[in-house]
Design a protein around this ligand. Structure first.
Ligand SMILES: [Zn+2]
Ligand SMILES: [Zn+2]
Length: 428
């Protein structure tokens, strides 16, 4: 299908300096590079990290199409696509016009030393969708650079369990693969994989927990049953925070790991959502542990009581604000780890080197390499359709699907915390 260069499309564009969202007619992007793929957008998400630009906090002054979460259908491909590209990233040979695709929120080349290690979010050739350098997904069409490495082909039977693509998964659910679910899985995986957590997970004290079991450790202390209960705090219960909790509980359940998890947010509406989601999950999805949802001040009391004042082994910060980091620091134990996937801005971190040294605290920061996380997130998405499947239910992560005419109002209400996650249908 070729689209005439003269055609225009509807797109949600951000205008400087702040709080200015307009729906405008702009040219449909065209294939410019042989590796490009053009995608007709079915749904585009509105995300908490879109708010940094919206508020004018991102140091951005260029008008651009917003949004970094989208799912759609391939409508045009550059000349790199086809059998002649064997040996390159796999989708260059297999992707076809008409395939259903979801994209990570960043493009990545898939072929550089960074991508080869799976660190796709930091590909030196990659760009962030919905930023001044790469037009976003809140449009009817979007150009995807390095489409053969960036996109995830949902029409490929090989990515599905039993190699059978199903129409039972709604596109609104699959859109969660663009950011919120992989980011949640990434946060949980990073946290549980961190060396500081291995004492509790292996039941062996430091440093035996990191060494082969053949290493003689005759004078090791013996840990009690209570020492082997993992305490985790998740700070921030927006959509990514909820995905983080769901993923974390799934991993802990699968390991049979005893745990105490406290999920924290300032807003009662978000706490309610978290409770509704937790109630929906069966015992296979959350194992056997203690789970509490509360406000920050209450969380300090809970953690103190759980740990005799020592603090949580792991804290996952999913907000991207210094207040949240400060709370994380208050809640973490000595020899604990703070994993942060919130998008942080310019302010200096709210703790000193001395505080980090005195607490032996590990800080683990940064953006999720969504492309690398797709298979894990996809598996969880299929497994947890009870919470990731619906729209507008008490336990749904997506509150509403709406049209572009509502875009400016949606941004306003979302920024004020009056609504939860919204999806745009550009064709409505
Ligand atoms: Zn997002
Ligand atoms: Zn790369």
């Amino acid at each position: 299908m070729s689209i005439p260069l003269t055609s225009t499309q509807k797109a949600v564009r951000w205008h400087p300096p702040s709080y200015d969202i307009r729906v405008e007619d702009v040219p449909i992007p065209q294939i410019q590079h042989p590796d490009d793929a053009l995608v007709k957008v079915k749904f585009a998400g509105l995300c908490g990290s879109d708010l940094h630009v919206y508020r004018g906090h991102a140091g951005v002054d260029k008008v651009h199409i917003s949004g970094h979460e989208f799912i759609g259908e391939v409508v045009a491909l550059g000349s790199s696509y086809g059998p002649h590209s064997k040996g390159r990233a796999p989708l260059y040979t297999t992707l076809k016009i008409g395939d259903k695709v979801v994209s990570p929120f960043t493009s990545n080349c898939g072929e550089c030393p960074v991508c080869r290690l799976g660190y796709t979010a930091r590909c030196p050739n990659g760009k962030l969708f919905g930023s001044p350098t790469l037009e976003g997904g809140q449009a009817q069409f979007i150009l995807v650079p390095y489409g053969g490495a960036t996109l995830f082909n949902l029409s490929d039977p090989n990515i599905w369990p039993n190699r059978t693509p199903t129409t039972a998964l709604e596109d609104s659910s699959l859109l969660m693969l663009a950011d919120i679910l992989p980011t949640g899985v990434f946060a949980a995986l990073q946290s549980l994989s961190h060396p500081k957590v291995q004492t509790v997970l292996t039941g062996k004290p430091w440093p035996a927990c990191l060494l082969p079991s053949t290493t003689p450790m005759a004078d090791s202390m013996t840990m009690t049953q209570d020492d082997k209960v993992l305490t985790v705090a998740v700070v921030g219960l927006g959509p990514v925070g909820v995905c983080t909790v769901v993923s974390l509980l799934d991993m802990l359940g699968a390991r049979g790991q005893p745990y105490r998890v406290v999920a924290i947010d300032l807003l009662e509406s978000r706490r309610q959502k978290m409770r509704a989601v937790h109630d929906k999950i069966d015992v296979q999805g959350k194992g056997l542990g203690e789970f509490v949802v509360c406000a920050p001040d209450e969380a300090k009391v809970v953690v103190k009581a759980w740990t005799q004042g020592i603090g949580c082994t792991a804290v996952i910060e999913v907000v991207g604000h210094n207040d949240a980091l400060e709370l994380a620091h208050e809640l973490v134990r000595a020899f604990g780890v703070i994993t942060s996937v919130g998008v942080h801005g310019q302010p200096q971190l709210p703790f000193t080197g001395r505080e980090m040294y005195n607490g032996n605290v590990s800080l683990d920061f940064g953006r999720c390499p969504v492309r690398a996380m797709f298979p894990m997130a996809f598996e969880l998405l299929i497994k947890r359709q009870d919470v990731f499947g619906g729209v507008g239910q008490p336990a749904s992560l997506i509150d509403n699907i709406t049209d572009f005419k509502q875009a400016a109002e949606c941004y306003r209400a979302f920024e004020k915390g009056e609504v939860g996650k919204i999806i745009f249908d550009p064709w409505m």
